[in-house]
Design a protein around this ligand. Structure first.
Ligand code: KIV
Length: 263
C-alpha cells in the first residue's frame, strides 16, 4: 500500500526526485489521484472550476474545510494541503486561529498561504505553533483584483531578485515547500537553486523540484479558458459530453435500461 509522504521526505526529495502535486476537491477524484500523486492540494481554485466564479476570492474557510475533509476521506494515504482562502490570514493572530481551526476540523497535513517576504513573520508564527506551511509566491491569484490581473513574474533581474528574497524569507520562516506560480522559467530556476526546500512550479518551467496542476485543467474538464502552462492530458469535457449525449439517445430510444440493467 502507498505510504503517505512525511514533511521530511518531502524536503528530502529536493535534488533526488520531482514531486507531483495535483488539486482535488472531493473524495471521488482524490481517490483516483492517490496512486500517482505525491501531494494533493485542496486549492481555492475550486471557487472557479467548481463554483463557476470569476476568481478565487469568495472561497470561504468553511468551504475549504468541507472540501479538505472530503479529499482526506478519499485519499487517506496521500499528503493533503488545505489552501487558506482570501481574507483568512490578514494578521498573524487571525492566521493562527484559522489554521488551528483547519487542523482541528479536518485531517489536513498542511496549509498553504499566498505571499512573499511580507508574509514571512506570519508563516513563522504558524510553524512555531506546529502548523506545516507550504508557501506560494510569484503570481498570486488572491491578489488578482488588487493587481488588476494575472501578471507573470520574474521578467527582469530586479523582479527575479525580489522573488528569491521572498522564497528565502518563507523558507527561513519554516515553510516545508513553496508553490511558485506564473514565473519565467529562468527566474523559477534561480529560486529553486536559492533555497533548500522543494519549489513546486505551476507555469514556472521544468527547472524546479516538482509540478502542480489544477486537475480540472489537466483532465480537460474546464473549458472557460486555458492558461498557456496547462497541458490537457485528456479531453475530459469531450468525453463527458459524448457519454451524456449517448445516455440521452438511449433514454429517448428506450434502449436504456436494457435487460442487463433491469431487475
Ligand atoms: O488554488 C489552487 O489550485 C492553487 C494552485 C494554482 C497552486 O493555489
Amino acid at each position: 500500500m502507498k505510504k503517505k509522504l512525511s514533511i521530511n521526505a518531502i524536503k528530502k526529495s529536493k535534488n533526488e526526485h520531482q514531486l507531483t502535486m495535483i488539486t482535488a476537491y472531493d473524495a471521488l477524484f482524490a481517490s483516483l489521484f492517490e496512486e500517482s500523486a505525491d501531494m494533493i492540494l485542496v486549492g481555492d481554485s475550486l471557487n472557479m472550476s467548481f463554483g463557476g466564479k470569476a476568481d478565487t476570492l469568495s472561497a470561504t474557510l468553511d468551504q475549504m474545510i468541507y472540501h479538505t475533509n472530503a479529499v482526506c476521506n478519499g485519499a487517506k494515504n496521500t499528503f493533503v494541503i488545505c489552501d487558506m482562502p482570501f481574507g483568512s490570514y490578514n494578521s498573524s493572530r487571525q492566521a493562527l486561529k484559522n489554521a488551528v481551526r483547519v487542523y482541528q476540523e479536518c485531517p489536513a497535513d498542511a496549509i498553504k498561504i499566498e505571499g512573499g517576504k511580507d508574509k514571512a513573520p506570519l508563516v513563522k508564527i504558524l510553524t512555531d505553533n506546529g502548523i506545516a506551511v507550504c508557501g506560494h509566491i510569484g503570481l498570486l491569484p488572491q491578489s488578482v483584483r488588487g493587481e488588476g490581473g494575472y501578471i507573470v513574474r520574474g521578467k527582469d533581474v530586479q523582479d527575479m531578485e525580489q522573488l528569491i528574497e521572498d522564497a528565502e524569507a518563507i523558507e527561513a520562516a519554516g515553510a516545508f515547500a513553496i508553490v511558485v506560480e506564473g514565473v519565467k522559467a529562468q527566474a523559477a530556476k534561480a529560486i529553486a537553486l536559492a533555497v533548500n526546500i522543494p519549489i513546486i512550479g505551476i507555469g514556472a518551467g521544468c527547472d524546479v523540484d516538482g509540478q502542480v496542476l489544477v486537475f480540472s485543467d489537466m483532465l480537460g474538464l474546464f473549458e472557460a479558458f486555458t492558461p498557456k502552462f496547462v497541458k490537457k492530458y485528456m479531453d475530459g469535457a469531450g468525453l463527458v459530453k459524448e457519454a451524456v449525449a449517448s445516455y440521452k439517445t438511449e433514454v429517448q430510444s428506450k434502449s436504456f435500461p436494457s435487460s442487463e440493467h433491469t431487475y
